[in-house]
Structures are given as C-alpha cells and as structure tokens.
Design a protein around this ligand. Structure first.
Ligand code: NAD
Ligand code: MG
Length: 333
C-alpha cells in the first residue's frame, strides 16, 4: 500500500517535471529534476562532510583562484539540484567567479535563472568555469570583468547586465576585499580606501544604478559577515565595512519595501575560499581555519547556496531587512 503511494507520488512528480520540461527551452529541461530527486540527499554528519583543518592549500597573490586551491572548494558543481525556484529570473552576482558568488551562480542557473557575473580580469579562468556551468544548466551566462572600485564601471556593469540578460531582478552584492593587517599603525590610507571602495562604495553605486530596472518582486542580497558583529583585531577596516553592509541592508529594506523590492544579507562564518589565502588570513589562522568552531572545520561555499536561493525566491516574500547566517555554531546573527 505505502509502496503504491510512493510510486504514485514518484509518477506525479515525474509527470510534473515532464510537463514543466515540455514548456522550457531544450537544455533548460535537462536541468529540471523531480521533487523526489531534488531532495534525495543522504543524511550526512556536518562535522565530517568536508575536509577539516589543517588546511594546506598554498597562499596565492590577490585575488587568488579557486581552481588553484588544493583540495578545491565545493561550490555545488556536482551536488546542487534545482527545482525551478528562480525560473526566468535575471541575476547579477559580483564576485561570481569563486567562493559564495560562484555557489550562488551555479545554484541560480540550476534553479532556472540567467546569470551575469562580475570579477577581476585576473580571475578569468575561474569565471570561464562558472560560465560553462551556467550554460550547461541551459541558461544565459554574461561575463562582465572589471574593477568595482571604479564608479563608471559599476554603472556600465548594470547596463551591460540588463542588455545581455534582457532585464534584472536579482542583485547579489557579494564581491569583497579582505586583507589582514596586524596593527592600525601599518594600515595605510591606500589600503583603507581600497577596502572601503570595494565593500561600501561599489554596492552603493551598483544598487543605485540597478534601482530603475528593479520591478516589484525583485531581490537584493548583500554578503556581510560574522565580522559585522564580532570583529577580529587584525580586520579593523574590513570588519567595519561588514557592519555597514548589515546596516545598509536594514536601511534599504525600509526604503525599498514600499516598492516591493526586498533587501537581505548573508553572514557567513569562516568559509574555504580564495579570499582567505590571498591576504585575508594569516598562515597560522588559515591552517586551523574554523577548527575552533563547534563544527570543527571551515564551511564550503556550497553550504550557503540554498540561502542565496531562498532570499531571492518568491517563497521568501515576507523576508526583508534580515540577515541569514551560516556560522558553523558561532557568531551572529
Ligand atoms: P572569493 O575570493 O571567492 O570572492 C571575493 C570576490 O570579490 C573575488 O572573486 C573577486 O572577484 C571580487 N572582488 C574583490 N575585489 C574586487 C574588485 N576591486 N573589483 C571586482 N571584484 C572584486 O571569496 P569569498 O569568501 O567567497 O568572498 C565573497 C564574500 O564573502 C565577500 O564579500 C567576503 O567578504 C564575504 N565573506 C567571506 C568569508 C570567508 O570566510 N570566506 C566570511 C564572511 C564573509
Ligand atoms: Mg575570485
């Protein structure tokens, strides 16, 4: 009897996917999975699911490449399964070549969205991998390299996204600059300015340029950090930009709420990405990265993908002005 119910559910799930597939362009249909497939993940112990410290991936010059990390980070390349949650949405993701941005880009494409990613020219090899994964999901990929510290480039980035994708309704402000400096005595105005331009000015310029294109139902998501709430001594400049990010999310949620545009943030704990091995962390900190957290390891970008999906999705229509965490058992929110 229960077998029959199960088979019937499978059949209905399969049919549903079949009907949806029939209305989708060719390759997009291949990315669709039945509800049963999408949730069919074995139960896994989060403490042993991914590599634990000591981490030995060598340091790289800034901005670093995910494709050169050993072992490589998991951005969901082989694991993320979509279920049409973002069908035909148009997303711009800054820092979409690696780390959390890449995990969001892969997940968005598999959920049915067209995706534009921004990154630095030096990150072209990582960006090409992401473009290939987006296209394999049957969606449009727009690659728009450039330096976000330049106001004119930020405006062009939004215009080119709208042109290439035919619209824009999800903005993920995720790119970030983190460079640890032990003492404020060694913090130069140039370094301070670099962090502020990347982490505070760029989101301001991008969101301002995007606003005229964002219809009701659109979503803005900013990557903040556990550092917004509990700043490290050697991240004096970076941590205050993440507090500012958390704060602008709440301000803009009030400003844009009446327009039907939601604004939320994601606050990761320690995550295994190029940012950390290209100046973000000291070697000593990197070796035991996340080791003193309750889950005894760093997080992987793939473990945050579903949060970026949820915050962009129409399901979360009452969620705005909120910060979602993936903190490994420590920190805020
Ligand atoms: P990452 O290195 O993979 O991504 C950061 C991206 O920022 C780079 O790929 C690069 O494309 C982009 N970027 C930096 N400066 C830029 C510039 N001037 N112009 C254009 N692009 C620029 O690392 P990540 O850890 O995935 O970082 C993503 C976000 O997550 C950042 O905002 C970071 O502050 C935040 N974060 C990271 C951690 C962590 O432990 N890794 C923790 C909390 C928050
Ligand atoms: Mg990168």
């Amino acid at each position: 009897m229960s077998d029959n119910i199960l088979s019937r559910r499978r059949l209905v799930g399969g049919l549903g996917a079949g009907i949806a597939a029939a209305t989708l362009p060719g390759a997009a249909a291949a990315a669709q999975t039945s509800a049963a497939d999408a949730t069919a993940q074995p139960v896994a112990d989060p403490t042993s699911k991914y590599p634990k410290p000591p981490y030995t991936s060598p340091f790289q010059p800034w901005p670093g490449l995910a494709s050169k990390m050993t072992p490589p980070p998991d951005h969901g390349e082989t694991s993320y399964k979509g279920s049409g949650r973002l069908l035909d949405r148009k997303a711009l993701i800054t820092g979409g070549d690696s780390g959390m941005g890449r995990a969001a880009a892969i997940a968005y494409a598999r959920e049915g969205a067209d995706v534009a990613i921004n990154y630095l020219p030096a990150e072209e090899p990582d960006a090409q991998q992401v473009a290939q994964l987006i296209r394999q999901a049957g969606r449009k990929a727009a690659l728009i390299p450039g330096d976000l510290r330049d106001e004119n480039f930020c405006k062009r980035l939004v215009e080119q996204t709208v042109q290439q994708l035919g619209g824009l309704d999800i903005v993920v402000s995720n790119a970030g600059r983190q460079h640890q400096v032990e003492s404020i005595a060694d913090m130069t105005t140039e370094l301070f300015d670099w962090t502020m331009k990347t982490n505070i000015y760029a989101p301001f310029w991008i969101i301002k340029a995007a606003l005229p294109h964002l219809k009701p139902g659109s979503a803005i998501i900013a990557t903040t950090s556990e550092q917004a709430y509990d700043p490290a001594a050697n991240l004096y400049d970076y941590a205050q930009t993440k507090a500012a990010t958390m704060n602008f999310v709440k301000s803009l949620a009030k400003q844009f709420g009446p327009k039907g545009i939601r604004v939320n943030g994601v606050a990761p704990g320690p995550i295994y990405t190029p940012l950390q091995i290209s100046g973000g962390a000291t070697e000593e900190h990197w070796r035991n990265f996340g080791g003193n957290y309750p889950l005894k390891r760093a997080g992987q970008p793939a473990e945050l993908a579903s949060i970026y999906v949820q915050l962009a999705s129409q399901d979360a229509s009452y969620t705005t002005g909120n910060i979602y965490g993936a903190g490994g058992g420590m920190g805020q929110p």
